[in-house]
Design a protein around this ligand. Structure first.
Ligand code: PAF
Length: 281
């Protein structure tokens, strides 16, 4: 496996693969890889001849006061995980390589990015869309892999790919959880032992709503209300949002019908965690 830092070198590598008629999969990440990322790489390795994993903590998607500086990093461990999983290249550019001095172009979206996480993170998705577009242009993959844990991000990228005719298949992969149900996330490392225990409340509250749904409840207010009451019982949890939306448009719905997304964001202490259920009838 190669670690490539320059865009030029990565382009040459991809050109070489293309000459040989090989397909290419891309797994975009911000590093500090865990089982969730591994599941994306595993799937990419299965479905493509060559796989690029990008490891880049993208400054553009962090707002003022967010955790850009403290975001966990461990390149050595990341490379080991990628190599063991069968990736061919880790693309690890420096910020100056991705954003040159005069950088001034952005990819943004008027819909899908305003609600849910977009409310508390107003510039986040502009940063995500811009960096993912750049990665798509650099790697020109056949397929790109994203986790369903960041459900809004997945919906936004799918929409962007359609709007801008990227011609790339976007593959969404299921959430990977710890044994106690907490969704795997690089940010879980911020939690103290006490907070880590409390954090299981996210998945448990969603399970409560899913059970109600399975028993026939379709009223969005009842379903989100049940999640709120459950979360309110945990003293360390502070709700950012609890929403039930259409899975394609991310618009709020009154009835849980068709494909829906139940998404929550909750502060456990100072750490903001997200989780969700995607439910399709
Ligand atoms: O999901 C992430 O880790 C990031 O938002 C992504 C897609 C790699 C873009 O920086």
């Amino acid at each position: 496996m190669k670690v490539i830092e320059s865009i030029k070198e990565l382009r040459e590598q991809v050109r070489e693969w293309r000459k040989q008629g090989l397909s290419v999969g891309l797994v975009p990440t911000m590093g500090y890889l865990h089982e969730g990322h591994k599941s994306l790489i595993d799937r990419a390795v299965k479905e493509n001849d060559r796989v690029v994993v990008s490891v880049f903590v993208n400054p553009m998607q962090f707002g003022v006061g967010e955790d850009l500086e403290s975001y966990p990093r461990d390149m050595e461990r990341d490379c080991q995980l990628c190599e063991n999983a069968g990736a061919d290249v880790v693309f690890h550019p420096q910020p100056e390589e991705m954003y040159t001095k005069n950088f001034s172009s952005f990819v943004d979206m008027n819909t899908l990015t305003k609600g849910l996480c977009g409310k508390t993170r107003p510039i986040h998705f502009r940063g995500v869309c811009t960096v993912v577009s750049k990665l798509f242009n650099i790697v020109t993959p056949d397929r790109a892999y994203f986790g369903e844990k960041d459900a809004q991000q997945l919906a936004v990228i799918r929409h962007m790919v359609e709007d801008l005719n990227f011609g790339i298949e976007i593959v969404g992969c299921p959430i990977i959880r710890e044994e106690d149900g907490l969704a795997k996330s690089s940010r879980n490392t911020y939690l103290s032992a006490e907070e880590r225990k409390a954090a299981t409340v996210l998945n448990r509250s969603l399970q409560e709503a899913e059970n109600l749904y399975k028993n026939g409840e379709r009223d969005a207010e009842v379903l989100t209300g049940a999640i709120r009451s459950y979360l309110d019982k945990e003293p360390l949890a502070k709700i950012d949002y609890v929403e039930l939306v259409d899975w394609n448009t991310l618009e709020t719905v009154e009835k849980a019908e068709g494909s829906i997304l139940i998404a929550i964001a909750v502060y456990i202490g100072k750490t903001r965690l997200i989780d969700n259920r995607i439910i399709a009838e």
